[in-house]
Design a protein around this ligand. Structure first.
Ligand SMILES: N[C@@H](CCC(=O)N[C@@H](CS)C(=O)NCC(=O)O)C(=O)O
Ligand SMILES: *[C@@H]1O[C@H](CO)[C@@H](O)[C@H](O)[C@H]1NC(C)=O
Ligand SMILES: *[C@@H]1O[C@H](CO)[C@@H](O)[C@H](O)[C@H]1NC(C)=O
Length: 224
């Protein structure tokens, strides 16, 4: 008997990857929605180091950090859909791009969204250059893994929904169809997958949330 619980918030893109992964694997689980302004004692107990969502609880044991959780899910429920490719080299390549997303693509887009004025103009450069690199990864491919959906599609999945939210909430444009034709085509194919499209958080609600978050970041940065 499997006991699976997912600690998440409605808006976290990191937690959404885990929702997709569990649903794609057909794993039954219980959802626990956290209020990050008032974290539950269970969240603090299960993720004492980072105190963040997502946390996966499998038969009472916590697994933290979204990318670690993704690999755990792939190894634990390893029949049917596999997320990681076969073979050490393909896996190393997958982990390389996953790290590039976490360390460069996502932070550079976040900086462009959360800044303003001249600073924002400057921050757009690195974000666009990182997206150029992501674009090149799709040459000749339908998905980041090739013909079939895989680990990197989950990792870059935020680009299909949250990037537009960051653009709207931050008053910037990044994902131009002319400059990024392959990401744009991937976005359509990716968003067409039932499990993906059924679980997007409401776009307008996200924009409102990320606008407020941006105002908060800007006002606290100005106070320093
Ligand atoms: N590196 C973490 C990032 C997760 C993360 O940043 N979660 C945010 C919500 S989107 C959070 O729980 N923040 C709570 C806090 O920082 O206090 C992962 O990949 O799981
Ligand atoms: C914080 O959460 C606890 C339950 O986890 C609840 O009893 C309490 O009212 C909450 N406090 C605020 C300020 O929301
Ligand atoms: C999906 O992928 C195919 C290539 O397999 C591509 O031709 C197409 O433009 C993509 N987008 C949509 C919406 O089908």
């Amino acid at each position: 008997m499997e006991d699976v619980k997912l600690f998440r918030t409605w808006s976290s893109p990191y937690a959404l990857m885990i929702v997709w992964a569990l649903k794609l694997k057909g794993v039954e689980y219980e959802t626990i929605y956290e209020d990050l302004a008032n974290k539950s004692s269970l969240l603090l107990e299960y993720n004492p180091v980072h105190k963040k969502v997502p946390v996966l609880l499998h038969n009472g044991r916590p697994i933290c950090e979204s990318l670690v959780i993704l690999e755990y899910i792939d190894e634990t429920w390893n029949t049917g859909t596999r997320f990681l490719p076969e073979g050490p080299l393909a896996r190393a390549t997958t982990r390389f791009w996953s790290k590039f997303n976490a360390e460069q693509v996502a932070p550079s887009v976040f900086r462009a969204y959360v800044s303003e004025g001249v600073e924002q103009e400057e921050a757009k450069g690195p974000a666009l250059q990182n997206l150029d690199i992501v674009e090149k990864q799709l040459i000749g491919k339908k998905f980041f893994g090739g013909e079939t959906f895989g680990f990197l599609d989950l990792v870059f999945g935020w680009i299909a929904h949250y990037l537009e939210v960051f653009e709207k909430a931050g008053g910037i444009e990044l994902l131009d169809k002319q400059r990024f034709p392959l990401i744009s085509a991937w976005k359509d194919n990716f968003s067409d997958i039932l499990v993906i499209k059924e679980n997007w958080p409401d776009r307008e609600k996200l924009i409102t949330k990320f606008q407020l978050m941006r105002e908060y970041f800007i006002s606290t940065a100005a106070a320093k």
